[in-house]
Design a protein around this ligand. Structure first.
Ligand SMILES: NC(=O)c1ccc[n+]([C@@H]2O[C@H](COP(=O)([O-])OP(=O)(O)OC[C@H]3O[C@@H](n4cnc5c(N)ncnc54)[C@H](O)[C@@H]3O)[C@@H](O)[C@H]2O)c1
Ligand SMILES: O[C@H]1[C@H](O)[C@@H](O)[C@H](O)[C@@H](O)[C@H]1O
Length: 336
């Protein structure tokens, strides 16, 4: 860190999410600066570094981590590239904020977990940003206080306007429902034990049509998630908790509601960058603050691994049409 204690961050991957984090670290977050950016596409890295004083552009993550002034790493490359970057960061004992998913499958997530366990201390915060969203925090506080009595069900909806090029059916689980998997574990404080996937329209449902993902938890809570990856009209993340003594629901905010000329209506966010802007800011600020104090907080590598294990069961449930039990390794004491 510099004399003033400013955290020098290397951002790996400067695509949609990485570029947004570069802007956030440069302009919205206090106590940090972008010391280096990395992208396998060198021109993209150069564009991300342009205008940021003292920020070097690299095409190799290891070289960026060794550059002067780099104290911490933010990984925003695609999921399959996360394991290699995490292991490079561990080799240098650098703190990491890693975008979700920790890695795209349970075996590689377990390797990361074991590598961090060998270090003997936590190094990773995983980018499950909903844990920093004001509405999700309010719902969590209500559930923790027992405001609904014992929780019994969650009804969730996760809708995107359209699918990006190369989107696959498995990405509905690995890329999108992974968020509901993490919020279920976090909101309820329970592991998920089984997954079933139902496909309206038949087994050969194409990847732009909605699916229903059913999660069962260790204490018998049932969670249904509608994942609709190309709904066409907006980006929606909704969750209704049902307890023994009442219900509570988040995600309905439409901003300004206008009633005029026999009609009423509001707006719907078009993407996650708009809907979760405050949550991303809070997530990165909390990571910077904790890192400057020498602490590691927030969603852990265990949370990343557990989510990957549930996703793996979910992808199998998608393929088989059956109920698939989640196979979870024992939790190392580091994550108690
Ligand atoms: N938390 C959220 O809401 C959220 C939203 C979107 C994406 N994400 C996550 O962020 C990550 C990036 O997603 P995106 O939408 O920005 O993808 P993207 O395709 O827009 O950008 C990825 C970038 O990484 C670069 N890249 C590829 N391999 C690399 C490597 N080995 N080293 C360095 N750079 C590499 C690519 O050239 C590209 O510029 C993914 O893990 C994704 O799941 C999270
Ligand atoms: O990668 C994105 C991102 O993680 C969003 O938060 C999620 O809502 C989308 O469904 C997913 O495709």
């Amino acid at each position: 860190m510099t004399q003033q204690g400013t955290l020098g961050v290397a951002v790996i991957g400067t695509g949609r999410m990485g570029a947004d984090h570069v802007r956030r670290l440069d302009r919205a977050v206090s106590g940090a600066r972008v010391a280096a950016v990395v992208d396998v596409d060198g021109e993209r890295a150069e564009r991300a570094a342009a205008g940021i004083g003292g920020c070097a552009a690299h095409t190799d993550a290891a070289a960026a981590m060794d550059a002067p002034g780099v104290d911490a790493v933010l990984i925003a490359s695609p999921g399959p590239a996360h394991e290699a970057a995490l292991l490079e960061a561990f080799a240098r004992d650098l703190p990491v904020l890693c975008e979700k998913p920790l890695t795209p499958d349970a075996a590689s997530a377990l390797r990361v977990l074991e590598a961090e366990t060998r270090l003997g201390h936590r190094r990773v915060q995983v980018g499950f940003m909903r844990r920093y969203d004001a509405e999700h925090l309010e719902l969590k506080a209500l559930l923790d206080a027992g405001g609904l009595g014992r929780a019994l069900m969650l009804h969730c909806r996760h809708r995107n306007v359209s699918t990006p090029p190369g989107y696959t059916e498995q990405m509905m689980i690995n890329d999108s429902v992974v968020h509901e998997i993490d919020s279920t574990r976090w909101l309820l404080g329970q592991e998920i034990t089984a997954v079933t996937v139902l496909k309206p329209g038949g087994a050969a449902a194409p990847e732009h049509l909605p699916q229903l993902v059913l999660l069962e938890t260790a204490a018998g809570v049932v969670v249904d998630v509608e994942i609709f990856p190309a709904c066409g009209f907006g980006y929606q993340v909704q969750c209704e908790a049902v307890g023994e003594r009442g219900t509570a629901r988040i995600g309905d905010a439409h901003g300004l509601s206008v009633h005029t000329a026999g009609r009423w209506g509001g707006r719907i966010a078009q993407d996650f960058l708009a809907r979760f802007a405050d949550a991303y800011d809070r997530q990165v600020q909390c990571w910077v603050d904790a890192t400057r104090r020498g602490a590691v907080e927030g969603p852990s590598a265990w949370d990343g691994y557990a989510a990957a294990a549930v996703c793996e069961a979910g992808v199998r449930a998608q393929a088989t049409g059956g109920r698939v039990a989640v196979d979870l390794a024992a939790r190392p004491a580091l994550y108690d």
